[in-house]
Ligand binder design. Structure first.
Ligand SMILES: [Zn+2]
Length: 195
């Protein structure tokens, strides 16, 4: 059961969608509007990435200090992740490239982007955005505040759409070396906890 005050915060957050982060938004509002797993838009991957119920993060979550890892597929882009894991991610991308596999994807998600995905995948009511279980969204999409993406500790690899892809096969063999684990229900979703 949630304290009444949380609901008040959430209601405020819901009215503030779209305001730039870091301006009027306090840490509490950022937390309830935080990001979760979502597909990589350019690749139309199914999305999800709930934290499999192991955490019930409704308390404020401070946005991470982020850094970027360059990745080159047909073009050169980058993956934004928490600065704490960026070196491992860079090493993973380099190792994959050395094995002939070009990996790229999406890591850290902004609060606004996550809310937009919840609206698109779960519905547009307060309940849809902030309370509906991730599994009831299509595709599954974590409740704001409960995804490893908001911490910059998860990556959705865009060529990992199934367990039979070269992307998945390689990561299944090597990602653990770089501290990343897969969420079994989502072949593309890799995080420091597997959640
Ligand atoms: Zn994800």
């Amino acid at each position: 059961m949630r304290p009444t005050v949380n609901r008040t915060w959430r209601a405020r957050a819901a009215t503030r969608i779209g305001r730039p982060l870091g301006l009027a938004l306090g840490s509490v509002v950022i937390a309830v509007a935080a990001t979760a797993c979502q597909p990589v838009p350019a690749n139309n991957l199914p999305g999800g990435g709930s934290t499999s119920g192991s955490t019930t993060t409704t308390s404020p979550v401070k946005p991470p200090v982020t850094a970027t890892a360059t990745c080159t597929t047909t073009t050169t882009r980058s993956i934004t992740v928490a600065a704490t894991i960026v070196n491992h991610v860079r090493q993973l991308l380099a190792a994959a490239k050395a094995d002939g596999l070009k990996l790229c994807g999406g890591g850290y998600r902004s609060a606004a982007a996550q809310i937009a995905v919840r609206k698109a995948n779960c519905g547009t009511t307060y309940y849809d955005i902030y309370e509906k279980p991730a599994s009831q969204c299509s595709p599954p999409t974590a409740i704001p505040g409960r995804s490893m993406h908001e911490k910059g500790l998860a990556i959705d690899f865009e060529t990992c759409s199934t367990h039979s892809t070269a992307c998945y096969t390689w990561l299944a063999k090597h990602a653990a070396t770089y501290g990343l684990k897969n969420l079994p229900s989502e072949p593309w979703h890799w995080s420091t906890t597997g959640g």
